[in-house]
Design a protein around this ligand. Structure first.
Ligand SMILES: Nc1nc2c(ncn2[C@@H]2O[C@H](COP(=O)(O)OP(=O)(O)O)[C@@H](O)[C@H]2O)c(=O)[nH]1
Ligand SMILES: [Mg+2]
Length: 315
């Protein structure tokens, strides 16, 4: 058989990574892609858009991941739009990969001395059940579970509530079982040949990714309501060939004047740290030196403003 006929029959398709906020969806996608395209932080609700991440496995197939915002309940306009995006992607893919945070569920079950699942997890399962999608379950963060037998009650509770095609315990952080998960996913995709050229990584423009890396660092380096009051736009991104660097100008929008002072910090210290960390990530991504300029601007109550939300493709 020639190579072209064999690649025509390779499995490929779209796979939505869904789950509660902070279970490791973006970390898992970046790990399988072997390059960071999606922002990840220790705080929930980091991802606000749908982000396509494509990985081609030589002679095995292609997975087109759709990283989604965490499914959660909220009255805030931005948050409702985020959950809507995740729910819409459920119906637009070939397969759903539902991630859960194993150590968190184990702690909840042990603390309460009960079976079953936390309410936020039931909320996600109800949304899956309503749509009756083909789904595999990825039980994530198993690197934090010393006693692997402890995984059994939580897996039992989950498969009681949803008819998964497969269950794979995994760690997005250490890579444990990642190849198994990839093989399981490929096994459920149609044999339709590659959907994207082999070197495709994402559908997002460089400007989007640059803005995300800046926002990620603001989220990491601030607390309370600030991480959720920040939006970032890249005004210009220029490949300066003469100086052999990428020149980026990013605007950090906050909702109130007081937040502006916090993001900038005493003597501009925090903004400098944010810029330094974001620049490092951008240099890893572009494989080139980056010059990053950041500005902070007040955009009053942007998270409730439909026009601003549309401008950032949040709605
Ligand atoms: N220990 C451990 N931490 C993880 C793992 N996967 C993700 N995390 C952490 O969980 C947090 C949330 O990850 P993120 O990918 O942003 O979650 P998302 O909201 O579901 O996209 C981050 O601090 C990650 O480093 C894992 O397998 N093991
Ligand atoms: Mg995420």
């Amino acid at each position: 058989m020639t190579e072209s006929t064999s690649s025509e029959a390779l499995p490929s398709g779209f796979v939505a990574l869904v789950g509660k906020p902070n279970v490791g969806k973006s970390t898992l996608m970046n790990a399988i892609l072997e390059i960071k395209v999606s922002a990840t932080t220790s705080k929930p609700q980091t991802t606000r858009n749908r982000i396509l991440g494509v990985q081609t496995f030589r002679e095995k197939g292609q997975i087109c991941f759709v990283d989604t915002p965490g499914i959660h309940q909220s009255t805030r306009r931005l948050n409702r739009a985020m959950t809507d995006k995740a729910l819409r992607s459920l119906q637009e893919v070939d397969l759903v990969c539902h991630l859960v945070d194993a150590p968190r569920i184990i702690a909840w079950q042990q603390k309460g001395g009960r079976e079953g699942l936390p309410r936020e997890e039931e909320f996600v399962l109800d949304r899956l059940a309503e749509r009756d999608v083909d789904a595999v379950l990825a039980v994530n963060k198993i690197d934090l579970v010393d006693e692997k037998l402890e995984l059994l009650p939580l897996i039992e509770s989950l498969v009681d509530m949803y008819d998964y095609l497969d269950v794979v315990p995994v760690s997005a952080l250490t890579g444990e079982n990642q190849t198994t998960l990839v093989d399981v996913i490929l096994g459920h995709l149609p044999e339709q040949g590659l959907l994207f050229p082999e070197d495709t990584i994402t559908d997002k423009a460089e400007r989007f990714i640059a803005a995300e890396f800046v926002r990620e660092q603001v989220m990491e380096k601030t607390d309370r309501e600030i991480p959720y009051s920040v939006a970032v736009e890249v005004e210009t991104l220029e490949d300066d060939e003469r100086r052999d660097l990428i020149d980026i100008r990013a605007v950090i929008h906050v909702e109130r004047e007081s937040q502006k002072g916090i993001v900038i910090g005493k003597g501009g210290r925090r903004l400098k740290e944010i810029g330094k960390a974001a620049r490092k990530e951008l240099e890893d991504f572009f494989g080139k030196q980056v010059y990053l300029e950041t500005f902070v601007r007040v955009q009053p109550s942007w998270s409730e403003d439909p026009r601003f939300l549309q401008r950032l493709d949040y709605e």
